[in-house]
Design a protein around this ligand. Structure first.
Ligand SMILES: *[C@@H]1O[C@H](CO)[C@@H](O)[C@H](O)[C@H]1NC(C)=O
Ligand SMILES: *[C@@H]1O[C@H](CO)[C@@H](O)[C@H](O)[C@H]1NC(C)=O
Ligand SMILES: *[C@@H]1O[C@H](CO)[C@@H](O)[C@H](O)[C@H]1NC(C)=O
Ligand SMILES: *[C@@H]1O[C@H](CO)[C@@H](O)[C@H](O)[C@H]1NC(C)=O
Ligand SMILES: *[C@@H]1O[C@H](CO)[C@@H](O)[C@H](O)[C@H]1NC(C)=O
Length: 366
């Protein structure tokens, strides 16, 4: 992890996370210059390096200020931009009132330098709106908590998402923000940048119930697929749940839903590293898709009470990890199925024995 490589100031945030494999390197670049965004570049070289021309990056025309050397080593690039936070409230049944949008490109962000943990591989990007007429943020903050991983495993806190060494987790946290309505819900708008020939798909799968995320069965993934081979190139993956507490219990569950995916033709707000890497014409030469992830269902008064919302999402290269049966689930199944299974096995053994016996009664023809 490198903070602002080649730049001696902490007035802006750029975090470079480099993951080196036997024959390849993944580069994750997180930044809050403009809307908070992350760039993911996969290369087929162990020695590929990120270059930043800081004068150009901080100038009004940043195109070309961020590049990977050697350029021929780049096999795939993608980016995710966290664009806006919406707040809405149900005034009458089926009638929603929208409060002024929090545009994340108009936030001011603290330096992530003092939050960097090179052992745990974590960093926190915390910000507040530069102008806050409703003073919702007078005692609140919005944070993106980033975790990188060296191996595969499972996150240590709910929803205990699975991860691989090729992925990073980001936790979106709204803490202490005063809701502007009596039954405010929030939604986070997320946009992605893909090369042409790569399609975006929102998938929902049922997972098995396990002890890691009890009672939550739905896993959502926004996958980028190569259109000619339908191999998955990258993904965002999350469980359909957010939490209203730092140490959540079941009553702190906040329902999380993905709204419709808008594929292509989405207008990207200014997120400087995106223009710096993909060029100014990113909107016309790349495919921009966007989706709203909303928090709080009809049951949801959790935010009203707790003033805390946390949602975790995994971002990675290649196939998203999938749940398998955990040892606990296997042992429960073994106990539950044990008796009938034993009887079934015993039954088939008896049948086999009986058949064997019967067959042995036949005499060879010759
Ligand atoms: C790395 O590349 C070398 C040479 O191209 C190849 O022999 C080796 O199997 C590769 N290793 C992995 C883990 O892909
Ligand atoms: C950085 O960008 C500026 C402005 O485009 C340019 O004048 C300068 O030569 C660049 N520096 C390097 C090292 O490429
Ligand atoms: C501000 O936040 C703290 C901790 O989040 C809380 O204890 C306190 O009551 C809040 N104050 C106001 C005025 O909302
Ligand atoms: C919020 O609740 C209070 C008290 O329950 C009520 O007086 C007020 O009209 C409500 N405001 C809205 C916008 O629903
Ligand atoms: C998200 O919701 C807001 C408010 O309804 C809407 O203006 C915006 O277009 C939506 N974005 C997407 C990607 O659907």
């Amino acid at each position: 992890m490198q903070y602002n490589p080649g730049w001696n100031s902490s007035s802006v945030n750029l975090l470079h996370v480099r993951a080196v494999g036997p024959n390849d390197t993944l580069h994750y670049v997180w930044s809050s210059i403009g809307a908070p965004a992350v760039l993911l570049v996969a290369t087929d070289s162990q020695n590929s390096a990120l270059h930043v021309n800081w004068t150009q990056l901080l100038s009004p025309s940043p195109a070309g200020a961020l590049w990977i050397d050697p350029p021929s080593s780049v096999v795939y690039s993608t980016a995710v931009v966290f664009t806006k936070v919406f707040e809405y409230s149900e005034a009458k049944p089926l009638e929603e009132v929208f409060y002024p949008t929090y545009d994340l490109s108009e936030f001011s962000w603290d330096s992530i330098n003092h939050t960097l943990n090179h052992t745990a591989l974590t960093a926190e990007l915390t910000g507040v709106p530069t102008t806050d007429p409703g003073s919702g943020f007078s005692n609140g903050t919005l944070t993106f908590r980033v975790t990188a991983y060296e191996t595969h495993g499972r996150a240590g806190h709910l929803p205990n998402l699975l991860h691989t060494a090729d992925s990073s987790q980001v936790e979106f946290v709204l803490a202490g923000v005063t809701p502007r309505g009596n039954s405010s819900h929030f939604a986070l708008e997320v946009a992605t940048v893909e090369e042409t020939g790569v399609g975006q798909q929102l998938r929902s799968t049922r997972s098995i119930d396990d002890e890691y995320t009890p009672t939550i069965f739905e896993v959502l993934s926004l996958v980028a697929e190569a259109q000619n081979s339908s191999s998955v190139l990258s993904f965002l993956q999350w469980k359909a749940i957010a939490y209203g507490s730092q140490s959540p219990r079941r009553e702190d569950n906040i329902q999380c839903r993905a709204q419709q995916l808008h594929v292509a033709n989405w207008t990207l707000p200014r997120a400087t590293i995106i223009q710096a890497y993909f060029g100014e014409g990113v909107g016309s030469t790349y495919t921009i898709s966007a989706v709203n992830v909303s928090f709080g269902g009809e049951e949801g008064r959790v935010y009203q009470e707790k003033h805390y919302l946390s949602w975790s999402v995994l971002l990675g290269f290649g196939q998203p990890p999938t749940d398998t049966f955990s040892p606990l689930v296997i042992s429960i199944m073994a106990v539950a199925l044990g008796t009938p299974l034993a009887m079934l096995l015993l039954g088939s053994c008896l049948v086999l024995l009986a058949q064997r016996k019967r067959y042995s009664e036949y005499e060879p023809i010759n």
